[in-house]
Ligand binder design. Structure first.
Ligand SMILES: [Zn+2]
Ligand SMILES: [Zn+2]
Ligand SMILES: [Zn+2]
Length: 179
């Protein structure tokens, strides 16, 4: 964990990409950690285990949970920049928790980079809303390790029998889930 933060000066020199915040939080600097975009980074500092869960703090989303990796990764903590093993562990944990909470009605959603407001990677967990199903930009996979990881898009996933229906091509994806 400590070693990751030694890389921070290099990250801070990376120019910000349009529409994305570059994470500048630093556990050694409380004022930085107090930045609103970094509040989930602060949660990660308090957590244990490879993946942890928090209830969405928004009073407008009383039914939502989040799954997060404990490790901070570079800048915006993009899912496609995590190692395959880390990403699979995160999806597995998120889907496991979603099933536990919502049985066969579960859904999980990762917002695209243009609409994310929190720098720390997080997957939204909730009940899939009725009427959101569509058949464009969607792939069906049998296993969690087959979930694609696009660079510039969000992802939302729900069960399709024993398989996974993976929706791509959108930025705001959490709206597929009950608030
Ligand atoms: Zn941060
Ligand atoms: Zn973080
Ligand atoms: Zn679907």
């Amino acid at each position: 964990m400590r070693r990751a933060w030694l890389l921070l000066p290099a990250l801070l020199m990376t120019p910000p990409v349009w529409g994305q915040q570059v994470c500048e939080c630093d556990p050694l600097k409380p004022d930085r950690m107090a930045i609103r975009n970094c509040s989930l980074c602060g949660e990660a500092e308090k957590a244990s285990g490879e993946v942890f869960f928090v209830k969405d703090i928004s009073p407008r989303k009383p039914n939502r949970w989040l799954a997060l990796p404990r490790r901070h990764s570079a800048g915006q903590h993009h899912l496609h920049e995590m190692s395959g093993a880390e990403r699979i562990a995160l999806w597995k944990a998120a889907i496991g928790k979603a099933r536990e909470l919502w049985g066969g009605e579960w859904g999980v959603a990762y917002n695209g980079p243009k609409v994310r407001t929190q720098c720390h990677a997080h997957i939204h967990i909730g009940r899939l809303l009725k009427g959101v199903e569509r058949d464009i930009n969607v792939v069906t996979v049998s296993r969690i390790d087959q979930i694609p990881s696009p660079k510039d898009e969000g992802i939302w996933i729900h069960p399709l029998g024993t398989k996974f229906h993976v929706h791509l091509g959108e930025q705001t994806t959490e709206t597929a889930l009950l608030r």
